[in-house]
Design a protein around this ligand. Sequence first.
Ligand code: DCP
Length: 229
Amino acid sequence: HSSGSVLGKLHGDHACRKKPFTVFVEGNIGCGKTTFLSYFNQSEAQVIAEPIELWRNVNGHNLLGTLYEDPKRWGFLFQSYVQLTMLDMHLTQTQRSLKLMERSVHSARHCFVENLHRSKIITDAEMSVLDHWYKWIKTHADVEGDLIVYLQTKPEVVYERMRARNRKEENCVPLSYLQQLHELHEEWLIQGSRISKPTQVIVVDANRDLDHMKGEFIRVKTLIVNELS
Ligand code: DCP
């Protein structure tokens, strides 16, 4: 619910830099990130979708599949590869003045890795290694964004969507998992209690049917595009 003027101030800062205005689209599994990003075309923005196909095929290995089959055995491996592919997205250069990414190294660390650790699915040692990598990345690479668009949803709503879309790797994911991820997104993007809140967050109520979200998605898109033009 940020206003255009807030973005306007950012734009002023941003105009002095060569880096594109960088937006991370965040939210729970099935919240509609892909749908939101589909409203931007490549002529107005560099859109970098989440590399889920890479996670499904690392030299023939489906890391997303094994993650859900045996998270204790494969959770660390999966998140280690997510961190690498996310870093690659962050470092992707563009001539365009606007860059949008589906998720970031930050949600991987603060939501997904945090959740695996809190649920004792990854060990303290595995957590430490992922966290050291995350801190190293933040120190040595530019992984900062200018704005986060948070597609906020009720866990029950995304649970139904996830069931309906029927991605085969996700068919055993319980509602409780989405509830935990929801809480961690809220802690990070709304409460700012555990870690400091990112500077600019636009919160979008994404509970309505994705077909009915069109108006809201276009409103947020217009806000971003207009402020940059
Ligand atoms: N995932 C994970 N750890 C991460 C990032 C993603 O375990 N650090 C998993 C969760 C999902 C799958 O990868 O099973 C894809 O996750 P997303 O929620 O990012 O993508 P969706 O396709 O579900 O997004 P949307 O429906 O919002 O477009």
